[in-house]
Ligand binder design. Structure first.
Ligand code: GTP
Ligand code: MN
Ligand code: MN
Ligand code: MN
Ligand code: MN
Length: 199
């Protein structure tokens, strides 16, 4: 466990803490962009009501439901699909960034990763845009993460230059590395380029 991180059990032992759970749903794909650029994986994020990119999920009250049942409930609201999430999909949790340097945040952010089949991911996209109760309100739409870098700098770098909620951007970047979804050199190039885009 990296420093500053909590265990799932440690997080649940915090009295007076609030909890939020979000999940990165993804699959492998053989699809190629323009018939020649491998897309490699479909990773689902969402455009939130506040204009920020984030992962599907939300607040969970562990005195009323397990973290995973609460996350499933949020997924039903935001994606229109009841997806079972298990404690084994839990990747890490940490205190949300505090509003002032002297205070400790009472919000604990849990992050999950779940691998699915390509057909299931496409079904989620379809339902999220049609039957999900939050569609057009709390969630403006699902987006796929472009994992490639085109010759003229398109792809992952401009995607990473957008604004993200909380630490969703590092949750994405850390997952790409941990799951071996992109070569570290390619990722570092995209990260460096993403910082120069709006300056
Ligand atoms: P309401 O139904 O309006 O209460 O929203 P919600 O339950 O769907 O909660 P939301 O998804 O907004 O998540 C709750 C809090 O967790 C947010 O206010 C952010 O601080 C944080 N958060 C939201 N999405 C992400 C994410 O993808 N990653 C991280 N690290 N934090 C997030
Ligand atoms: Mn929600
Ligand atoms: Mn949410
Ligand atoms: Mn909610
Ligand atoms: Mn809601």
């Amino acid at each position: 466990m990296a420093s500053g991180q909590l265990s799932r059990a440690g997080a649940l032992a915090c009295s007076g803490c609030r909890h939020a759970c979000h999940v990165m749903l993804y699959c492998d794909t053989k699809t190629q962009l323009f018939g020649r650029i491998p897309i490699r994986h479909i990773i689902l994020m969402q455009m939130r009501f506040d204009g920020l990119l984030g992962f599907p999920g939300g607040y969970v009250n562990p005195s009323e439901e397990t973290l995973e049942a609460g996350l499933s409930r949020e997924l039903l609201e935001e994606l229109g699909v009841a997806l079972p999430i298990s404690a084994e999909d839990h990747v890490d949790c940490c205190h949300a960034p505090a509003s002032s340097p002297s205070s400790t945040s009472r919000l604990i952010i849990h992050f999950y990763v779940k691998k699915m089949e390509e057909e299931q991911i496409k079904e989620v996209e379809k339902e999220a845009a049609s039957t999900a109760t939050d569609h057009g309100q709390e969630v403006l739409g699902m987006v796929r993460v472009p994992l490639y870098n085109t010759k003229n700098g398109g792809g992952l770098a401009p995607f990473l230059s957008h604004s993200f909620i909380g630490n969703a951007r590092s949750q994405l970047v850390d997952s790409l590395l941990r799951l071996d979804m992109i070569a570290p050199e390619e990722l570092h190039k995209a990260l460096a380029h993403s910082l120069k885009i709006h300056t």
